[in-house]
Write a protein that binds this ligand. Structure first.
Ligand SMILES: *Cc1c(COP(=O)(O)O)cnc(C)c1O
Length: 220
C-alpha cells in the first residue's frame, strides 16, 4: 500500500476530532512529501537535528511537533518554528522554553509528558510530580509557554487491559488538572496518546492527538 492509501485508510478509523500526527522520524523527505501530497500537514519528530534539517528542506506550511526527549541546550534550535512540544517534563526545561519563546517573540504550546507506563524511562513527570508542579504555579509566570494538555506513552505489551488502564489514568489526570488549574483556559484541551500499536484503545479513552509512525511509513 502507498503512503497515501495508508493515510486514507487510517483517517477512516480515526474520528475527525482526533488529530493525527504523522511520526516521520528516520524517514526520508521523499516519504514525507508523499504524505504531504496526500494532504497531511502535521508531522512529528523526536530528534532535534533531524527536525531542524527537515524543517529547512520541506514546505513551510508543515506543522512540526516535537515528540522526543528534549535536552535544554537544544530548545533554541526548534523554538523559532515548532508548533507543539509534547515532552515538557521538568521546571528547568520549561524555563528554557520560556527563554527561547521570549527570544523568538513566540508563545510555544507544550504538553506535560506524564510517565504512565511500567517501563523505566527517564522522561515524563510522575503523576505526583506533575500535581506538585502545577500547584506550585510557577508555570503561570511563563508567558511564552502555553500548557495545552498532557502526553503519555503506554507500556509496550500485548496486554490490552493494562494499556487501556494506563490511557484511562492519563485521561483522568487530564480531567483532574483541567478542573483544578485550567477551568477557564480553553487552550488546555489536548490528550496526546496512542501510537501504531495502541491508538484505537487511546481513542476509546479520550485521546485528542494520536502519534502514528509505522502504520503510515512502514517500519524504521
Ligand atoms: C516513534 C514514536 C511514535 C510513533 O510510534 P509508531 O509505533 O511507529 O506509531 C509515537 N510517539 C513517540 C513519542 C515516538 O517516539
Amino acid at each position: 500500500m502507498s503512503i497515501r492509501s495508508k493515510i486514507e485508510a487510517l483517517k477512516e478509523t480515526v474520528p475527525s476530532n482526533v488529530k493525527i500526527v504523522a511520526v516521520s522520524k528516520f524517514h526520508s523527505n521523499e516519504e514525507i512529501m508523499e504524505a504531504y501530497n496526500a494532504g497531511q500537514r502535521l508531522f512529528g519528530e523526536s530528534r532535534v537535528q533531524e527536525l531542524v534539517q527537515k524543517q529547512q528542506e520541506l514546505p513551510k506550511d508543515i506543522e512540526w511537533h516535537f515528540i522526543g526527549n528534549l535536552q535544554r541546550n537544544k530548545v533554541k534550535q526548534i523554538a523559532p518554528f515548532v508548533t507543539l512540544i509534547h515532552s515538557l517534563d521538568s521546571e528547568r526545561l520549561m524555563r528554557e522554553i520560556e527563554k527561547q519563546g521570549c527570544a523568538n517573540n513566540r508563545v510555544i504550546p507544550c504538553l506535560l509528558q506524564i510517565h504512565i507506563a511500567d517501563e523505566d524511562t527517564k522522561s515524563g513527570f510522575s503523576p505526583e510530580e506533575c500535581r506538585k508542579f502545577l500547584s506550585e504555579g510557577r508555570w503561570r509566570e511563563c508567558r511564552h509557554v502555553k500548557i495545552s494538555g498532557l502526553m503519555g506513552m503506554a507500556t509496550f505489551t500485548e496486554d490490552e487491559k493494562k494499556v487501556k488502564n494506563e490511557f484511562d489514568k492519563l485521561k483522568s489526570l487530564f480531567d483532574e488538572f483541567k478542573d483544578l488549574h485550567f477551568k477557564d483556559d480553553a487552550d488546555f484541551k489536548e490528550v496526546s496518546m496512542g501510537m501504531t500499536g495502541d491508538y484505537p484503545l487511546a481513542i476509546e479513552s479520550g485521546s485528542t492527538i494520536v502519534r502514528i509512525g509505522t502504520l503510515i511509513f512502514g517500519s524504521r
